[in-house]
Design a protein around this ligand. Structure first.
Ligand code: GAR
Length: 210
């Protein structure tokens, strides 16, 4: 049996879609899409999962006393679906330590900037692109990384660079970065499924194809 993947997404789910497309074209070495889950019952991401008959789950944070209880419930569902690896795809919650420990080195995240710059609490979605423009940086991009107990601090798997243009707005920059996100996230997950990612401290070594 292949690796069982869960994708957690809060929004439109275009990164989820990129992962689903890659999965459907057999890029994840026999992996199974076990679950698409969201903290937003209305998330477009859930519809994308349903469209492919993948089990979906919406958990409403308002129904839980705190983040730890929410994550505990999420972990129960992940266990029920025998999930091996968790992909965060525009998931706007910071995972609690219990979650990160349960899936240590088995959680991937996509961030819309070149980490370690423009990461951390409050740096998500349009906030990231606004900060990049304000900084005068000439390049931005995106990062796929393993999730550790910090926020956006885990070992970096892949990055792609996008130039910042003089006339850029946060929306225009976001759009160009997103194209690269859709390209590198499936590649990173494919490398994971092929067991070609070896973590050595902060560095991720990408092993040659067996
Ligand atoms: C993506 O740009 C992703 O990198 C970002 O949210 C967007 C979700 O879009 N994630 C973060 O900012 C996490 N810190 P999507 O729902 O269309 O994939």
């Amino acid at each position: 049996m292949g690796i069982r993947i869960a994708v957690l997404a809060s929004g439109a789910g275009t990164n989820l879609q990129a992962l689903l497309d890659a999965w459907r074209s057999q890029q994840f070495r026999g992996a199974d899409m076990a679950l698409v889950a969201s903290d937003k019952p209305q998330a477009g991401a859930l519809k994308r999962g349903t469209a492919l008959q993948i089990p979906t789950l919406a958990l409403d944070p308002a129904k839980f006393p705190n983040a730890a209880a929410f994550d505990q419930e999420m972990l129960v569902h992940l266990a029920e679906h025998n999930v091996d690896v968790v992909c965060l795809a525009g998931y706007m919650r910071i995972l609690t330590p219990a979650f990160v420990q349960t899936y240590a080195n088995r959680i991937l995240n996509i961030h819309p900037a070149l980490l370690p710059a423009f990461g951390g609490r409050g740096m998500y979605g349009h906030h990231v692109h606004e900060a990049v423009l304000k900084s005068g940086a000439r390049f931005s991009g995106c990062t796929v990384h393993f999730v550790d107990e910090g926020t956006d601090t885990g070992p970096i798997i892949l990055q792609a660079v996008v130039p910042v243009l003089d006339q850029d707005t946060p929306e225009a920059l976001a759009e160009r970065v997103l194209i690269e996100e859709h390209r590198i996230y499936p590649r990173a997950l494919a490398l994971y499924c092929e067991q070609r990612l070896q973590i050595a401290g902060k560095r991720v070594h990408i092993l040659e194809k067996a």
